[in-house]
Design a binder for this molecule. Structure first.
Ligand code: NAD
Ligand code: ZN
Length: 368
């Protein structure tokens, strides 16, 4: 088992990474939590696969677990589902010392984390992420929240878990498309922070796609380390944390303009990263061969790197970008790469260059 520490002073916590760890949830909770009562929040795909293992483990450690299962999908991050969860917690007489276990992907982590942050002004919680995206990204860093009709993640908090437990064997049942989408975020970490990780991903992509445990353990641990380092330096996103948004400015706009559901988040990030790499060539002098390696690695992970757009769809993507909550006064800022492993945030780009870059995402016509 590997352990990565998220260093946030007295709110520091460990991320435990390894195979078969679901069976250890109980003992890990016993080290940290006093209350006997706890509530597992999971979704309708994950609960049938893994909830019994976690319940068993908690019972063996003398806890008294209850299970709340929400319908799988982004819609679970809503006020309606949150309200139903609050009601259930009250019914179960959850107390201040009781704790919540988030068992699932980023949706469950964000929802259960926000529930924990707000119920009785905060009860402890534990993250047990079961998607690759949740293991390397959403479970680390303390952002929790739900969506409103007006937009994603508009209501939320910064609330750190007691610990995070990443069971790599839980990834075996993850649908292929979801797994590849998680690799999109993994590649991002190489681009923004760690050229050797990027090279390791180039070498190990075939193993990772087979979900080889040692290859995954090394990569998940490194990504968690990077996110922890970044978050440790900038917990509430006043500066450095912005680098985590590489590929996300255009990626989010693609997701929103096409309607959530057409692309998975990691797929949109893949396309957005290819666009950001192109902008980086123009603005920060990212060498052409590095931009090519970036596109090639997303392709090797089976992620999309081109996008067919009509002129009106292109206009919609650009318009959506200016509405992004991270754009201040309509000025879109990008995270751009100088080299693989070294990025700068807060970069402005001329509108015509952005337009041309998005146009360039068009797949090149097949020859022959
Ligand atoms: N808090 C943050 O910092 C942060 C960062 C990135 C993303 N997010 C949020 O994370 C969410 C996306 O997370 P996600 O990609 O994990 O999606 P998700 O939670 O919807 O999970 C994807 C799908 O996989 C299923 N699933 C999960 N684990 C499984 C397993 N082991 N085996 C089989 N099926 C499994 C789920 O039921 C779901 O259908 C978004 O809401 C996004 O806003 C949050
Ligand atoms: Zn992301």
């Amino acid at each position: 088992m590997r352990a990565v520490t998220v260093g946030l002073g007295d709110r520091s916590y460990p991320i435990l990474i390894g195979s078969g760890l679901l069976r250890r949830v109980g003992t890990e909770c016993a080290r940290r939590h006093e209350g006997r009562k706890c509530v597992i929040v999971s979704d309708s795909n994950v609960a049938p696969l893994y909830a019994s293992r976690v319940i068993q483990s908690l019972k063996s450690a003398k806890f008294d677990p209850e299970l709340i299962t929400v319908k799988a999908g982004e819609k679970a991050k809503s006020l309606k589902v949150l309200q139903a969860c609050y009601d259930r917690l009250a019914e179960l007489r959850l107390e201040r010392k009781s704790f919540i276990v988030a068992l699932g992907g980023g949706v469950v982590g964000d929802l259960a984390g926000f529930l924990a942050a707000t119920y009785m002004r905060g009860v402890p919680f534990v993250q047990v992420p079961t998607t690759l995206l949740a293991q390397v990204d959403s479970s680390v860093g303390g952002k929790v929240g739900i969506n409103l009709d007006a937009g994603k993640n508009l209501v939320g908090a910064f609330y750190q878990p007691g610990f995070v437990l990443c069971d790599l064997s839980a990834l075996e049942t993850l649908p292929d498309r979801e797994f590849r989408a998680g690799l999109g975020e993994v590649i991002k970490y190489g681009i923004i922070y760690d050229a050797p990780l990027f090279a390791q991903l180039e070498r190990d992509m075939p193993k990772l796609l087979k979900r080889n445990t040692p290859a995954l353990a090394s990569v998940v641990a490194r990504c968690c380390e990077i996110k922890s380092e970044v978050v440790g330096q900038d917990e509430t996103e006043s500066g450095l944390r912005a680098i985590l948004n590489f590929g996300h400015t255009i990626g989010h706009a693609i997701e929103a303009a096409f309607g959530y559901g057409r692309f998975l988040h990691g797929e949109a990030v893949s396309i957005g990263s290819v666009a950001a790499a192109q902008l980086s060539q123009e603005i920060l002098g990212l060498p052409e061969n590095e931009a090519r390696r970036i596109t090639a690695l997303f392709n090797a992970a089976g992620l999309p790197t081109t996008l067919k757009l009509t002129a009106s769809q292109r206009a919609k993507v650009i318009h959506t970008m200016t509405l992004d909550k991270k754009a201040s006064a309509g000025q879109v800022k990008f995270v751009l790469a100088r080299r693989i492993g070294q990025v700068e945030f807060g970069q402005k780009a001329p509108a015509d260059l952005v337009n041309a870059t998005i146009k360039n995402l068009q797949p090149s016509p097949q020859i022959g």
